[in-house]
Design a protein. Structure first.
Length: 116
C-alpha cells in the first residue's frame, strides 16, 4: 500500500513537471517567432464576423428561452416568481389541467376499453 502511494506521488510530480515544460515550450514558440509569412484572405474576416454574429444570436435566443427561469431564480420570494413558465414548444392556447397531466392517463385508457 505504501509503495502505491509513493508511485502516485511520483506520477503526480512527473505530470506537473511535464505540463510546466509543455506550457513553457508553447509560450516560447509563440513569443520567439519573428516573422510568420502568413496570409489572411478577405474571407477570413467575414468568417470571424459570422462566428461572432452567430454567437450573439445564440446567446440572445437562450436568454429569451430561459428568461422566466432567470427572473424566478433572482426573485424567489416575490409573487411574480410563482407564475408558470412556458416551456419551449408549449402551446399557450391549450390550458394545462390542474393535476399537471397533459396527455391521456392510464385511467382514461382503461375507461375507454371498458366503454368498448
Amino acid at each position: 500500500m505504501l509503495e502505491r502511494k509513493v508511485m502516485v506521488i511520483k506520477l503526480k510530480r512527473i505530470l506537473s513537471e511535464t505540463s510546466s515544460c509543455a506550457l513553457l515550450a508553447v509560450l516560447a514558440s509563440l513569443l520567439l517567432v519573428r516573422e510568420a509569412h502568413a496570409y489572411l484572405d478577405p474571407g477570413a474576416g467575414s468568417y470571424i464576423f459570422q462566428i461572432l454574429l452567430a454567437s450573439l444570436v445564440g446567446a440572445l435566443f437562450m436568454l429569451k428561452v430561459f428568461w422566466g427561469r432567470i427572473v424566478g431564480f433572482f426573485s424567489k420570494g416575490s409573487p411574480e416568481s410563482k407564475a408558470t413558465v412556458q416551456e419551449p414548444g408549449q402551446d399557450v392556447s391549450t390550458p394545462v389541467p390542474a393535476n399537471g397531466n397533459v396527455g391521456p392517463t392510464a385511467q382514461d385508457a382503461q375507461s375507454e376499453r371498458d366503454d368498448d
